[in-house]
Design a binder for this molecule. Sequence first.
Ligand code: SF4
Length: 198
Amino acid sequence: MHPNPDIRLELQACRICAERFAATRTAHRPNPVVWFAPQARLLIASQAPGLRVHEANTPFWDKSGQRLRDWLGVDEATFYDRSKVAIIPMAFCFPGYDAKGSDLPPPPICARTWRAAALDMVPQIRLRVLIGAYAMKYHLPDFKNVTQAVAGWRDHPPGVFALPHPSWRNTGWLKKNPWFEQEVVPRLRTAVKEVLDD
Ligand code: SF4
């Protein structure tokens, strides 16, 4: 038996944000995308599902998933193997869209309610990959901004990488910061390989 309580079924049934989501343009119902198992060694600390992920019930089931897997140097089968990779976002449900059509931020109540217990369920994590500002704020005590956190990879505690969100919306950021793909991505791939091949 796992030493920490298995919260996955309870989390899957969570409806705390039902009213909040019903009031968004998509008026969707909560659908927590729960994707982790106690044996995982690599943690993807992400933001929140987008609409496609909400519909497919599979994390990173979109173009950003392709880009993220390329950065990590892993194929789809490895990425979706829950005994290797835990995907634990700052909110487990799609938050809806704002007036401009961008994704709303992850509801803070989700991390308050579930995050510590979800992280307790993956005690064998050896590499944490933080994606986007919300996960960085949670996991990096001295977080200031995404660019600084990504560039400061040498200064993070061992086993931590900070990445920009792999969304197409960040293609401009990637063009402006070529050092990320030249310098950080190769080191990230080496670290991922070490942890998953071990
Ligand atoms: S976002 Fe989190 S707290 Fe809100 S309904 Fe989904 S699982 Fe529950």
